[in-house]
Ligand binder design. Structure first.
Ligand SMILES: C[S@@+](CC[C@H](N)C(=O)[O-])C[C@H]1O[C@@H](n2cnc3c(N)ncnc32)[C@H](O)[C@@H]1O
Length: 182
């Protein structure tokens, strides 16, 4: 990658932190369950590329009881995520065993191998996604890649669009895109 492009990507890491809204998350996981064979308490593994404050992997572990991995580059957000997991551990009704299925990796998703995962979640700008080809190529055939807000463009050779989920939202059209690795 050219230095200019590299700087363009890394300048985006400084953008204000955005998270997937909980109401959207609920719909995304329901869709995975209904359409893509996500099974509660199974051996399936979920990863969030750029896991931020950890809310997506916390949701997946608590509600689906599957191994939920996050990779995040920003140490401050990792700390926040760990504090959040700890606060869930103190809540009475939460299944503690489910929380032990969460793992957060401090790292760069451009360097991560995806071969172990069944569901790969990403919420990042198209300018960043553009350089993920070598990463998505490491995913197993058949796995589901979920992109929130932005479609994954120019990956037609090995990602097949399966479903576009439109969220109920007042001011702006918001979609989540579901792909299968082919
Ligand atoms: C829009 S936020 C999404 C957070 C979370 N996935 C969610 O949906 O609520 C994108 C996250 O990706 C992280 N990120 C950006 N570039 C990254 C990289 N190269 N490797 C790992 N994480 C990265 C950012 O720090 C940020 O926390």
């Amino acid at each position: 990658m050219h230095e200019k492009e590299f700087n363009k990507i890394y300048s985006q890491i400084d953008l204000p932190f955005q998270e997937t809204k909980q109401v959207f998350l609920k719909m995304i996981f329901k869709t995975l369950e209904r359409e893509f064979d996500l099974q509660k308490n199974s051996k399936q593994i979920f990863i969030d590329l750029g896991s931020g404050n950890g809310q997506v992997i916390i949701y997946s572990a608590i509600n689906y009881g599957i191994r939920s991995i996050g990779i995040e580059i920003d140490p401050i957000l990792i700390k926040e995520a760990k504090m959040s997991i700890k606060s869930f551990k103190d809540k009475k009704k939460i299944n503690k065993k489910a929380l032990s299925k969460i793992k957060i990796i401090h790292g760069d998703f451009y360097k991560h191998n995806l071969k172990f995962y069944d569901f790969i979640y990403i919420y990042s700008l198209p300018t960043m996604q553009k350089y993920l080809k070598h990463v998505f190529q490491t995913a197993k055939n058949g796995v589901i890649i979920i992109s929130h807000m932005y479609p994954l463009k120019n990956f037609n050779n090995y990602l097949e669009i399966k479903l576009m989920l439109e969220h109920k939202n007042k001011n702006q059209e918001i979609f989540t895109y579901f792909y299968r690795r082919i």
